[in-house]
Design a protein around this ligand. Structure first.
Ligand code: ADP
Ligand code: MG
Length: 255
């Protein structure tokens, strides 16, 4: 439904590290309100792909655009400011801050230049805007963390810290969310919660690109899946198409 113009577009993106070519010219798009999975064996270039999209690393070659504007080559904070947020495998929360305060920081991440600016933003959010509080509470509700609003982030179980990172990313009002292995370390019940959460994101006007080893999760949350192998895109299609793709089966069996 809605726009067919992809929000996020990668065109012939290449990334080399010295003699290693991690991405050999990757092209794909993520549409509005679409959940796209990025899968592939270990070392196939998935994390590198997330790193170049989010501005953590510059691509060696090729272009990345968000809502028609070039983002490749921009530093990470400017990429975030344009509406692309990222969750990390390892926690990037403020451990001593409550869940609620972490989300309030997330709401100000758009203007961030660094930690100091974030902290300033957090203070002004606390002081100035009842709106920000209402919205942060709604996001805690949405991610199933309302009861833990006052709990310091470091005291939450790792799986719930991951959900909190998603709430923080949503607070930044990003249009695209990149998730690198959000289900890592989760038990089945937590994965079910995560799966339900990801599937509700398009209704909030958020598009998702998710890297995940847990195939069942990828298959149930994604509309489309891109498969990497040795830095190349070897397949792209619906979950049903990907499951039946001989090149994909070969790539996974070969490892
Ligand atoms: P994946 O996330 O799919 O496991 P990565 O993107 O982490 O794969 O890695 C792809 C390839 O790039 C691997 O061969 C890896 O060793 C190499 N690579 C990734 N990051 C770096 C780096 N910072 N320096 C050198 N080589 C790297
Ligand atoms: Mg990786």
């Amino acid at each position: 439904s809605g726009s067919t113009q992809p929000l996020l577009v990668l065109s012939d993106v290449r990334k080399t590290f010295g003699g290693v070519t991690a991405l050999k010219g990757i092209s794909f798009g993520v549409g509005a309100r679409e959940v796209v999975g990025l899968i592939g064996p270990n070392g196939s270039g998935k994390s590198t792909c997330v790193n170049v999209i989010s501005g953590a690393l510059p691509p060696t070659q090729g272009q990345i655009s968000l809502e028609g504007q070039r983002i490749s080559g921009l530093p990470a904070h400017q990429v975030v400011a344009r509406g692309l947020a990222r969750t990390f495998q390892t926690t990037q929360l403020f451990g001593e801050f409550s869940a609620l305060d972490n989300v309030l920081v997330g709401a100000n991440v758009c203007q961030r230049q660094g930690l100091l600016a974030q902290m300033r933003g957090w203070r002004s959010a606390r002081r100035d805007t009842a709106d920000a509080q209402v919205r942060a509470l709604e996001l805690l509700e949405f991610t199933g963390l309302a009861d833990e609003r006052d709990v310091p982030a470091r005291r939450l179980p790792v799986a719930r810290q991951r959900l909190l990172m998603i709430a923080c990313a949503l607070a930044s009002r990003s249009s695209v969310l990149l998730m690198d292995e959000p289900a890592a370390g989760m038990v089945a019940s937590e994965r079910r919660m995560l799966s339900a959460l990801i599937r509700r994101l398009p209704r909030r006007n958020v598009s998702v690109m998710v890297i995940e080893h847990h195939m069942a999760l990828i298959m149930e949350v994604c509309q489309r899946i891109v498969v990497l192998n040795f830095g190349e895109k070897i397949a792209e299609g619906t979950p049903a198409e990907i499951r039946a793709n001989p090149a994909v089966i070969e790539a996974y069996l070969g490892h």
